[in-house]
Design a protein around this ligand. Structure first.
Ligand code: SAM
Length: 217
């Protein structure tokens, strides 16, 4: 549960997101509280892409029940301990006590990465925002997919420049990707989960997998 004395400290503000079912016959909903800390580091804030990815998870919740979704925390390792701390705070605020928060630096195969259990789905929101990092991000994903050949990488990115592309890198690492139309999961809106974060940003959702030839399918 959220520590209310903490919630009142000036540097931490909790953002609440409520995902609801559009079906009038069901009343399902899920509220998530995310702490944001006043800090110059990007990892301390919720980005528009995160709400869109979360909406996709919400839309897939039945299929996800039996899957292993490992929360790979995309944070710059020991250089950003505050970011990992905020991820732990975020889990605690939502009553999630069994989640491991691990450091991860894109492009580095750390001991933590080699010891991860089997996984089905890898999530990454707004990790393609700095072209010089694209190769490192994809190297990490390629490593995880080769260890888990049937796993998928679900990711959202914000179109910040029409010139950016990951196609060449995907080919190099023998991975392919499909677009998931935002309309198909009710995310083509400027307001999602009660939040106006998506606004009029141009956000895309893609699923990256190993090329099926590599799986012998
Ligand atoms: C634009 S923010 C997105 C944060 C969050 N995923 C979201 O969508 O709200 C980018 C994230 O990438 C992380 N990051 C930047 N460079 C990184 C690197 N070399 N290795 C791992 N993570 C990195 C930052 O720490 C930050 O958390």
């Amino acid at each position: 549960m959220m520590d209310h004395s903490e919630a009142e400290t000036p540097n931490i503000a909790y953002k609440k997101f409520t995902f609801e079912d559009n079906n009038e016959n069901t009343q399902e909903s899920l509220s998530v509280s995310i702490p944001e800390v006043l800090d110059p580091h990007y990892g301390m804030y919720v980005w528009p892409c995160a709400v869109v990815l979360a909406q996709y998870l919400w839309s897939q919740r039945q299929e996800l029940r039996d899957k292993t979704v490992l929360e790979v925390i995309l944070s710059d390792n020991a250089e950003k301990p505050l970011c990992l701390e905020n991820c732990r705070r975020s889990c605690a605020a939502n009553g999630l006590h069994d989640i491991s928060v691990l450091p991860l630096t894109w492009g580095e195969v750390s001991p933590e990465l080699t010891q991860l259990p089997q996984l089905d789905i890898i999530l990454g929101s707004d990790v393609f925002y700095e072209p010089r990092d694209f190769e490192d991000v994809l190297l990490t994903i390629a490593y995880l997919l080769r260890k888990n050949p049937r796993a998928q990488f679900w990711t959202t990115y914000q179109e910040r420049s029409a010139d950016w592309s990951i196609e060449v890198l995907l080919n190099r690492w023998k991975m392919s990707c499909v677009d998931v139309d935002l309309e198909t999961f009710d995310a083509d809106k400027s307001e999602l989960a009660g939040s106006s974060l998506p606004g009029n940003h141009s956000i895309d959702m893609i699923i990256i997998t190993l090329e099926t030839g590599d799986l012998g399918l």
